[in-house]
Design a protein. Structure first.
Length: 120
């Protein structure tokens, strides 16, 4: 998840939830709720969950990136824009690949703004 949902999911090695929550609150402050055993997927199974709901809000929405294959961009884009109510603010079809570690290549860079988040 991201800041638009006011939550971040972190997956840790089984048995280390308590240590992670303690480390988080020692580093960033805040409080945490008691750990619970819950189902988070539609498949059978349980996972430990511990919420650290109380920390300072972000001062700005961070840049979020999604990397897609060229043949999946249009379908994803249409679906994402419908879901978020967002809009394309730029569509650069030959961006410098050096930006993403692919020097001498180009890639398509699309910037989107929506009520949920800013993505590129």
């Amino acid at each position: 998840m991201g800041p638009q949902y006011d939550t971040t999911h972190v997956y840790v090695t089984p048995g280390t939830v308590d240590a992670f929550a303690a480390s988080w609150t020692a580093t960033f402050g805040g409080t945490h709720m008691d750990k619970v055993l819950t189902t988070v997927t539609p498949t059978p199974g349980k996972t430990e969950s511990e919420l650290v709901p109380s920390y300072q809000p972000l001062k700005s929405v961070p840049d979020n990136r999604v990397y897609l294959t060229a043949d999946s961009v249009n379908q994803f884009l249409g679906s994402y824009l419908r879901f978020t109510g967002g809009r394309v603010v730029s569509d650069h079809r030959a961006a410098n690949g050096g930006d993403i570690g692919l020097p001498e290549e180009t890639y398509r860079r699309i910037a989107i703004r929506s009520p949920l988040a800013t993505r590129s």
